[in-house]
Write a protein that binds this ligand. Sequence first.
Ligand SMILES: [Zn+2]
Length: 271
Amino acid sequence: MPLTHTVGSITVTALVDGAGPFFQPRVEAFPDATAEQWREADRRDPDTVTPDRRWWLPFRAFALRTGDGPVTLVDAGIGPADALAASWAPVPGRLPAELAAAGIDPADVRTVVLTHLHTDHIGWAGPLFSNADHLVQRAELAALELFHPELPARLLGPLRAAGQLRVVDGDTTLTPGVRVLSTPGHTPGHQSVLVDDGDDRLLVTGDLLVHTLQLIDPTLAYAHEEDPATAATSRTNLLNTLAPVTLATPHLGTPFTPHPVPAPPAHPGPR
Ligand SMILES: [Zn+2]
Protein backbone atom coordinates (compact mmCIF):
# COMPACT_ATOMS: atom_id res chain seq x y z
CA MET A 1 0.00 0.00 0.00
CA PRO A 2 1.54 3.36 -0.96
CA LEU A 3 2.51 5.61 1.97
CA THR A 4 0.44 8.71 2.63
CA HIS A 5 0.70 11.93 4.62
CA THR A 6 -2.25 14.18 5.37
CA VAL A 7 -2.28 17.99 5.46
CA GLY A 8 -5.69 19.34 6.45
CA SER A 9 -8.18 17.75 4.06
CA ILE A 10 -5.53 16.84 1.48
CA THR A 11 -4.05 13.34 1.30
CA VAL A 12 -0.58 13.18 -0.24
CA THR A 13 0.27 9.72 -1.59
CA ALA A 14 3.82 8.65 -2.44
CA LEU A 15 3.99 6.59 -5.65
CA VAL A 16 7.24 4.72 -6.31
CA ASP A 17 7.87 4.35 -10.03
CA GLY A 18 11.19 2.55 -9.57
CA ALA A 19 14.53 2.43 -7.77
CA GLY A 20 18.09 1.81 -8.85
CA PRO A 21 21.75 2.74 -8.51
CA PHE A 22 23.04 6.12 -9.66
CA PHE A 23 25.08 6.08 -12.86
CA GLN A 24 28.29 7.49 -11.42
CA PRO A 25 30.22 7.21 -8.14
CA ARG A 26 28.32 9.17 -5.54
CA VAL A 27 31.30 11.29 -4.49
CA GLU A 28 31.32 12.68 -8.03
CA ALA A 29 27.67 13.70 -7.65
CA PHE A 30 28.47 15.75 -4.51
CA PRO A 31 32.14 16.71 -4.93
CA ASP A 32 32.17 19.19 -2.01
CA ALA A 33 30.66 16.92 0.67
CA THR A 34 32.97 16.06 3.55
CA ALA A 35 33.47 12.58 4.99
CA GLU A 36 31.61 13.70 8.09
CA GLN A 37 28.63 14.92 6.02
CA TRP A 38 28.52 11.60 4.17
CA ARG A 39 28.53 9.73 7.50
CA GLU A 40 25.68 11.86 8.82
CA ALA A 41 23.69 11.45 5.59
CA ASP A 42 24.13 7.67 5.69
CA ARG A 43 23.07 7.62 9.34
CA ARG A 44 19.91 9.63 8.65
CA ASP A 45 19.08 8.00 5.33
CA PRO A 46 20.54 4.47 5.31
CA ASP A 47 18.37 3.24 2.42
CA THR A 48 20.15 5.41 -0.15
CA VAL A 49 23.56 3.73 0.15
CA THR A 50 24.38 0.19 -1.00
CA PRO A 51 26.83 -2.10 0.82
CA ASP A 52 29.45 -1.17 -1.82
CA ARG A 53 28.84 2.57 -1.22
CA ARG A 54 26.85 3.38 -4.30
CA TRP A 55 23.98 5.88 -4.27
CA TRP A 56 20.71 3.95 -4.46
CA LEU A 57 17.78 6.17 -5.33
CA PRO A 58 14.05 5.76 -5.66
CA PHE A 59 12.06 7.65 -8.29
CA ARG A 60 8.75 8.89 -6.88
CA ALA A 61 5.73 10.87 -7.93
CA PHE A 62 3.15 12.25 -5.47
CA ALA A 63 -0.63 12.43 -5.76
CA LEU A 64 -2.63 15.15 -3.94
CA ARG A 65 -6.31 14.57 -3.37
CA THR A 66 -9.19 15.65 -1.13
CA GLY A 67 -11.65 12.80 -0.64
CA ASP A 68 -12.50 11.32 -4.02
CA GLY A 69 -12.08 14.65 -5.81
CA PRO A 70 -9.82 15.51 -8.71
CA VAL A 71 -6.19 14.44 -8.38
CA THR A 72 -3.10 16.59 -8.80
CA LEU A 73 -0.04 14.51 -9.65
CA VAL A 74 3.39 16.00 -9.01
CA ASP A 75 5.89 14.53 -11.47
CA ALA A 76 5.45 11.55 -13.73
CA GLY A 77 8.35 9.22 -13.00
CA ILE A 78 10.80 7.35 -15.21
CA GLY A 79 8.12 5.95 -17.50
CA PRO A 80 7.62 2.83 -19.61
CA ALA A 81 10.31 0.67 -21.22
CA ASP A 82 10.79 2.99 -24.19
CA ALA A 83 10.86 6.21 -22.13
CA LEU A 84 13.61 8.78 -22.58
CA ALA A 85 14.99 7.85 -19.14
CA ALA A 86 15.79 4.34 -20.41
CA SER A 87 19.39 5.38 -21.07
CA TRP A 88 20.11 5.63 -17.34
CA ALA A 89 17.10 4.85 -15.12
CA PRO A 90 15.55 1.46 -14.19
CA VAL A 91 12.64 1.46 -16.65
CA PRO A 92 9.97 0.25 -16.96
CA GLY A 93 8.45 2.12 -14.05
CA ARG A 94 5.39 0.86 -12.21
CA LEU A 95 3.41 4.05 -11.72
CA PRO A 96 0.20 2.62 -13.26
CA ALA A 97 0.24 -0.23 -10.71
CA GLU A 98 1.07 2.18 -7.89
CA LEU A 99 -1.87 4.39 -8.84
CA ALA A 100 -4.14 1.33 -8.86
CA ALA A 101 -2.84 0.28 -5.44
CA ALA A 102 -3.64 3.78 -4.18
CA GLY A 103 -7.17 3.61 -5.62
CA ILE A 104 -6.47 6.37 -8.15
CA ASP A 105 -7.91 6.16 -11.66
CA PRO A 106 -5.58 8.00 -14.09
CA ALA A 107 -8.74 9.53 -15.60
CA ASP A 108 -9.26 11.39 -12.29
CA VAL A 109 -5.88 13.12 -12.59
CA ARG A 110 -6.75 16.66 -13.72
CA THR A 111 -3.38 18.33 -13.22
CA VAL A 112 0.14 16.96 -13.68
CA VAL A 113 2.73 19.37 -12.27
CA LEU A 114 6.08 18.72 -13.91
CA THR A 115 8.64 20.06 -11.43
CA HIS A 116 11.15 20.10 -14.28
CA LEU A 117 11.74 18.36 -17.58
CA HIS A 118 14.49 15.90 -16.70
CA THR A 119 13.68 12.45 -18.04
CA ASP A 120 13.12 10.81 -14.62
CA HIS A 121 10.25 13.22 -13.89
CA ILE A 122 8.24 13.12 -17.13
CA GLY A 123 8.16 9.44 -18.04
CA TRP A 124 4.41 8.85 -17.85
CA ALA A 125 3.34 12.38 -18.83
CA GLY A 126 0.98 12.58 -21.76
CA PRO A 127 -1.53 9.96 -22.94
CA LEU A 128 -1.90 8.08 -19.62
CA PHE A 129 -3.36 11.28 -18.12
CA SER A 130 -5.65 12.28 -20.95
CA ASN A 131 -7.88 14.44 -18.71
CA ALA A 132 -5.00 16.41 -17.21
CA ASP A 133 -3.39 19.76 -17.85
CA HIS A 134 0.40 19.41 -17.67
CA LEU A 135 1.85 22.38 -15.86
CA VAL A 136 5.34 23.67 -16.74
CA GLN A 137 7.14 26.92 -15.95
CA ARG A 138 7.75 29.22 -18.92
CA ALA A 139 11.43 29.48 -17.99
CA GLU A 140 11.73 25.69 -18.24
CA LEU A 141 10.34 25.67 -21.77
CA ALA A 142 12.59 28.56 -22.77
CA ALA A 143 15.68 26.65 -21.63
CA LEU A 144 14.61 23.34 -23.05
CA GLU A 145 16.76 23.26 -26.13
CA LEU A 146 19.77 23.47 -23.83
CA PHE A 147 19.19 20.08 -22.26
CA HIS A 148 16.51 18.09 -24.06
CA PRO A 149 16.16 19.01 -27.72
CA GLU A 150 14.11 15.85 -28.32
CA LEU A 151 11.34 16.78 -25.87
CA PRO A 152 9.35 19.17 -28.03
CA ALA A 153 8.61 16.38 -30.49
CA ARG A 154 8.17 13.57 -27.97
CA LEU A 155 6.17 15.29 -25.24
CA LEU A 156 5.41 18.95 -25.63
CA GLY A 157 4.12 19.01 -29.19
CA PRO A 158 1.51 16.31 -28.52
CA LEU A 159 0.47 17.97 -25.23
CA ARG A 160 0.14 21.34 -26.94
CA ALA A 161 -1.84 19.83 -29.81
CA ALA A 162 -4.21 18.21 -27.31
CA GLY A 163 -4.63 21.48 -25.39
CA GLN A 164 -3.06 19.86 -22.32
CA LEU A 165 0.03 22.04 -21.85
CA ARG A 166 -0.42 24.79 -19.25
CA VAL A 167 2.46 27.24 -19.07
CA VAL A 168 2.82 29.29 -15.87
CA ASP A 169 5.13 32.11 -14.76
CA GLY A 170 6.44 31.88 -11.22
CA ASP A 171 4.41 31.18 -8.07
CA THR A 172 0.87 30.14 -8.95
CA THR A 173 -2.09 28.99 -6.84
CA LEU A 174 -3.60 25.73 -8.16
CA THR A 175 -6.40 25.03 -5.69
CA PRO A 176 -7.11 26.27 -2.15
CA GLY A 177 -4.06 25.31 -0.09
CA VAL A 178 -1.96 24.14 -3.06
CA ARG A 179 0.56 26.41 -4.79
CA VAL A 180 3.45 25.91 -7.16
CA LEU A 181 6.56 27.83 -6.14
CA SER A 182 9.33 28.81 -8.50
CA THR A 183 12.55 27.12 -7.27
CA PRO A 184 15.12 27.60 -10.06
CA GLY A 185 18.65 26.23 -10.14
CA HIS A 186 18.45 22.48 -10.65
CA THR A 187 16.95 23.59 -13.96
CA PRO A 188 16.07 27.15 -15.03
CA GLY A 189 12.32 26.69 -14.56
CA HIS A 190 12.25 24.21 -11.69
CA GLN A 191 9.14 24.40 -9.49
CA SER A 192 8.03 22.80 -6.22
CA VAL A 193 4.52 22.33 -4.83
CA LEU A 194 3.48 23.65 -1.40
CA VAL A 195 0.49 22.17 0.41
CA ASP A 196 -0.45 24.50 3.27
CA ASP A 197 -3.54 24.41 5.48
CA GLY A 198 -2.38 27.15 7.86
CA ASP A 199 -1.29 24.84 10.66
CA ASP A 200 0.64 22.30 8.70
CA ARG A 201 2.82 22.45 5.59
CA LEU A 202 4.20 19.95 3.13
CA LEU A 203 6.52 20.73 0.24
CA VAL A 204 6.74 18.38 -2.72
CA THR A 205 10.30 19.35 -3.51
CA GLY A 206 11.05 17.87 -6.90
CA ASP A 207 14.83 18.05 -7.28
CA LEU A 208 15.18 21.17 -5.12
CA LEU A 209 17.12 18.62 -3.10
CA VAL A 210 18.13 15.16 -4.27
CA HIS A 211 20.04 13.74 -1.29
CA THR A 212 19.99 14.07 2.52
CA LEU A 213 23.40 15.75 2.21
CA GLN A 214 21.55 18.82 0.94
CA LEU A 215 19.43 18.93 4.12
CA ILE A 216 22.52 18.63 6.29
CA ASP A 217 24.07 21.51 4.30
CA PRO A 218 21.64 23.20 1.87
CA THR A 219 24.53 25.02 0.19
CA LEU A 220 26.04 21.73 -1.03
CA ALA A 221 25.94 21.50 -4.80
CA TYR A 222 24.82 18.49 -6.78
CA ALA A 223 26.94 17.96 -9.90
CA HIS A 224 23.93 17.87 -12.22
CA GLU A 225 22.41 21.17 -11.13
CA GLU A 226 22.43 23.51 -14.11
CA ASP A 227 23.06 26.57 -11.91
CA PRO A 228 24.41 25.38 -8.54
CA ALA A 229 24.54 28.84 -6.94
CA THR A 230 20.90 29.57 -7.82
CA ALA A 231 19.89 26.07 -6.70
CA ALA A 232 21.59 26.59 -3.33
CA THR A 233 19.81 29.92 -2.89
CA SER A 234 16.40 28.43 -3.77
CA ARG A 235 16.98 25.51 -1.39
CA THR A 236 18.32 27.55 1.52
CA ASN A 237 15.63 30.24 1.30
CA LEU A 238 12.72 27.86 1.03
CA LEU A 239 13.89 25.47 3.76
CA ASN A 240 14.44 28.44 6.10
CA THR A 241 11.11 30.08 5.23
CA LEU A 242 8.97 26.96 5.54
CA ALA A 243 10.50 25.15 8.53
CA PRO A 244 8.98 23.30 10.23
CA VAL A 245 7.79 21.48 7.12
CA THR A 246 7.33 17.95 5.83
CA LEU A 247 9.36 17.34 2.68
CA ALA A 248 7.94 14.97 0.07
CA THR A 249 10.95 14.03 -2.04
CA PRO A 250 11.45 11.92 -5.16
CA HIS A 251 14.89 10.58 -4.34
CA LEU A 252 15.46 10.35 -0.55
CA GLY A 253 15.19 6.93 1.10
CA THR A 254 11.79 7.63 2.64
CA PRO A 255 9.07 9.67 0.91
CA PHE A 256 8.20 12.00 3.80
CA THR A 257 10.96 13.71 5.78
CA PRO A 258 10.42 16.24 8.56
CA HIS A 259 12.60 19.34 8.38
CA PRO A 260 14.22 20.13 10.67
CA VAL A 261 14.67 16.68 12.17
CA PRO A 262 12.77 16.72 15.48
CA ALA A 263 14.94 16.48 18.56
CA PRO A 264 15.03 12.93 19.95
CA PRO A 265 12.79 12.47 22.99
CA ALA A 266 14.65 13.06 26.22
CA HIS A 267 15.18 9.82 28.12
CA PRO A 268 16.85 9.23 31.44
CA GLY A 269 20.47 8.22 30.98
CA PRO A 270 22.48 5.92 33.24
CA ARG A 271 23.20 7.37 36.64
ZN1 LIG B 1 15.26 13.63 -10.43
